[in-house]
Design a protein around this ligand. Structure first.
Ligand code: ATP
Length: 279
C-alpha cells in the first residue's frame, strides 16, 4: 500500500481522521474466481486481498477483462468465489445482501421503458413489500437527491443517458444501502455529462460518507472520485497497487489541474503500466 504525499499543495488536506481508522466494511481474503468453460477455464481473479473501510470511496481500475466487474459482483453476492473469503460488515455477501447492505448501479441504466421514472425507482421497494405510500415518498426523495425533482412522470426514453443513469442511482439509494456499488456507471456518457455526474457523485459521497465501490477505465475519474484506488493487472486479475489518495475530501472539478492531482494520476498510470509489464 502506498501513500503519495504532496507537501504544501492547497489541494491536499488530510482526509477526515475516520477514514484511516474506520471499521472494515468489506474484507476480501485470498479470493479467486475461475469461470468454468467448455475448452479452458477462465481464471478471472487471482489471490485478491483487499480491505475497504466504512466511508471510503474506492475505485477499481485496470485494463478491459481484468476482472473489475467480477470483483464487484463477488462482493455484492452476484458471483460466487471459487476459493478464499469475502466478508461484508462481518457477514457473508449473501447475508449482507439479504440485510439490504448494497445498492448496485450497472453499466447501463436498465430501466423499464413502460414504467415512469417514479415507478422505476419504486419497483425494488414494492418488491420488498414497502407500503405503497412510503414507496412513493422514498422514491420522490431519492429523485430529488439526484436532481430529478419534476421528472417523476416522465418515461426513461424521454430522458438523456445521464438523467437515466441518475434515475438508476436514485433507485439504488432507495433502501439507504450502507454500500453503493457502481459498475462503470458513466462510461457511455459524453465527457461534459460525465464531469457533471462525477461532481454530483462526489458531493453525494462527501455529504454522507457512504462506502462507495466504483469501477472505471478512466484514470481521471478514479483520481477525482476516490479516497483509495485499486490498480489491477491484466487477466488473471491481481491487485498491483492500492493507492491512498492525499487529496482533500471535498473536491471541485478544478482540482484536476492541481499538481497533486496530476501527480496522483501519474502514479496510477505507472502502476497500470507496471501491471502490463509483469504480465
Ligand atoms: N460468466 C462468465 N463466464 C466465463 N467467463 C467470464 C464470465 N464473466 C466474465 N468472464 C471473463 O472473466 C474475465 C473478467 O471479466 P470482467 O467482466 O470481470 O472484467 P472487467 O475488468 O470488468 O472488464 P471490462 O473492463 O471490459 O468491463 C474476462 O476475461 C471475461 O471474459
Amino acid at each position: 500500500m502506498s501513500q503519495v504525499m504532496f507537501a504544501e499543495d492547497p489541494a491536499v488536506v488530510a482526509l477526515k481522521p475516520t477514514s484511516a481508522t474506520a471499521r472494515p466494511a468489506i474484507s476480501v481474503k485470498q479470493a479467486n474466481v475461475i469461470y468454468p468453460a467448455a475448452d479452458q477455464p477462465v481464471h478471472a481473479l487471482q489471490d485478491i486481498n483487499l480491505t475497504i473501510r466504512q466511508g471510503e470511496f474506492v475505485s477499481f481500475i485496470g485494463p478491459s477483462g481484468c476482472g473489475k466487474t467480477t470483483l464487484l459482483r463477488a462482493i455484492a453476492d452476484l458471483e460466487p468465489i471459487t476459493s478464499g473469503e469475502v466478508q461484508v460488515n462481518d457477514m457473508t455477501p449473501s447475508e449482507a445482501r439479504q440485510a439490504g447492505a448494497y445498492g448496485y448501479v450497472f453499466q447501463a441504466p436498465v430501466l423499464l421503458p413502460w414504467r415512469t421514472v417514479l415507478a422505476n425507482v419504486k419497483l425494488p421497494l414494492q418488491i420488498q413489500g414497502v407500503p405503497p405510500e412510503r414507496c412513493d415518498e422514498i422514491a420522490r426523495e431519492q429523485l430529488a437527491r439526484v436532481g430529478l425533482k419534476g421528472f417523476e412522470k416522465k418515461y426513461p426514453w424521454q430522458l438523456s443517458g445521464g438523467m437515466q443513469q441518475r434515475v438508476s442511482i436514485a433507485r439504488a439509494l432507495g433502501f439507504e444501502p450502507k454500500i453503493l456499488m457502481m459498475d462503470e456507471p458513466f462510461g457511455a456518457l459524453d465527457e461534459l455529462t460525465r464531469d457533471n455526474l462525477n461532481q454530483q457523485l462526489q458531493q453525494l459521497w462527501f455529504n454522507e460518507q457512504r462506502t462507495m465501490v466504483f469501477v472505471t477505465h478512466s484514470i481521471s475519474e478514479a483520481v477525482y472520485l476516490s479516497t483509495k484506488i485499486v490498480v489491477m493487472s491484466p487477466r488473471p486479475g491481481r491487485i498491483i497497487k492500492v493507492i491512498d489518495s492525499p487529496l482533500a475530501a471535498q473536491r471541485d472539478l478544478s482540482i484536476r489541474n492541481t499538481p497533486a492531482f496530476l501527480q496522483l494520476a501519474q502514479t496510477v498510470r505507472d502502476a497500470l503500466v507496471e501491471g502490463h509489464h509483469d504480465h
